[in-house]
Design a protein around this ligand. Structure first.
Ligand code: C5P
Length: 337
């Protein structure tokens, strides 16, 4: 970094973006465009992707490298959302798409925590800054929504209600810090396959509605209880208790209000996740749920120490590939270097 007034363009820009957990996710029936209308509340958590964009010679094109846990399963070509983000900035501005992108992954891959979307959001901001494109926040948000339903939230961070495909965002006021433990599976789940199973279960009259509120001696039976009315559009007004818990900074009330309509579908595809949920409940988690489309399981804890205890219980039970702890909310896209 140079402090001079007429500094040469920075040779590289690094941007940090957060992963997320959906505190609530309610889905209606699939639309004609293949997407589902959602009412969701995102919370960004302190697991971060870091994207560095570096100048390359004119005409060199885009290149991509990746580091961090699970880096070996990340595609390094134009199917990577970060690559597509760089192309989107170039297309929108008429600038040449010449950049070397490096992704340092701190969010579980294909886990339902939007790590790929966070890469895309970071790449948008990094290319905009590197190329001096001067895009507005609005431009970046429009480009983000074009890349994927979860990408605008990775720009924004903190806590927000998402409607539409999950990409129409309204920030939510929260108090304090919430402590999370995450159980990551060796193999990810594809989001379209989880939504497709959700459609099949909805058609058959089965859903996860009420799963997290299920009481009684056999909690796992409750995973399949309740029902979604697929004809009804989900409505953020349904989650007044969750909003009150966030405003009050009350983790116990938040734990009781966590809910994911995709949970039954993820559990149907991965029955072994039931045990991961049960181990967290036995370890005293205030609430548990599948994160987004899974297969990552999120557990809300009382404190950082309790989050570590939940993570230790998973490790001891041998039901996970890796455990992670984090706090939320976390900030959105930031230039860090
Ligand atoms: O937008 P994104 O590429 O992240 O979405 C991946 C897939 O997830 C979509 O193609 C769709 O199958 C499913 N999806 C959905 N409804 C949403 C968001 C995603 O059906 N609201």
């Amino acid at each position: 970094m140079s402090g001079h007034l007429h500094a040469a363009p920075e040779p590289s820009v690094t941007v940090r973006t957060p992963g997320k957990v959906n505190l609530v996710l309610r889905s209606g029936a699939v639309r004609d465009d293949g997407y589902h209308p959602l009412s969701t509340v995102f919370q960004a958590v302190s697991l971060f992707e870091e994207v560095t964009a570096t100048h390359v010679a004119p005409g060199a094109g885009i290149s991509l490298t990746v580091s961090g846990p699970q880096a070996d399963v990340v595609p390094l070509d134009e199917t990577n959302l970060a690559w597509r983000a760089a192309l989107a900035v170039a297309d929108h501005t008429g600038l040449d798409a010449d950049v070397a992108l490096h992704l340092h992954k701190g969010v579980p891959v294909a886990g339902g925590m939007a790590g790929g979307s966070a890469d895309a959001a970071a790449a948008l901001v990094a290319c905009d800054a590197l190329w001096g494109a001067g895009l507005s926040r609005h431009d970046l948000t429009v480009l983000a929504a074009g890349l994927g339903a979860d990408v605008p939230f990775a720009l924004l961070g903190h806590t927000a209600v998402g409607t539409g495909r999950g990409d129409v965002l309204t920030p939510v006021l929260t108090r304090g810090e919430f402590h999370w433990a995450f159980a990551v599976q060796a193999e990810g789940l594809s989001t379209p396959s989880v939504f497709a199973r959700f459609d099949e279960l909805s058609a058959a009259g089965v859903s996860a509605a009420g799963a997290d509120r299920a009481a009684g001696p056999t909690p796992l039976d409750g995973e399949m209880a309740g029902g979604v009315d697929p004809g009804r559009s989900p409505d953020p007004g349904d989650d007044a208790e969750l909003m009150a818990a966030l405003r009050a900074g009350d983790p116990t009330a938040l734990g009781e209000a966590l809910h994911n309509d995709l949970q039954a579908a993820a559990l149907d595809l991965r029955p072994e996740l039931g045990q991961v949920l049960e181990v967290a409940r036995e370890a005293g988690a205030l609430g548990t749920l599948v994160s987004g489309s899974g297969p990552t399981i999120a557990a809300l804890a009382r404190s950082r120490r309790h989050a570590l205890a939940v993570a230790a219980a998973w490790t001891t039970a041998d039901v996970v590939a890796s455990v992670w702890t984090a706090t939320g909310p976390a900030p959105g896209a930031r230039i860090t270097g």
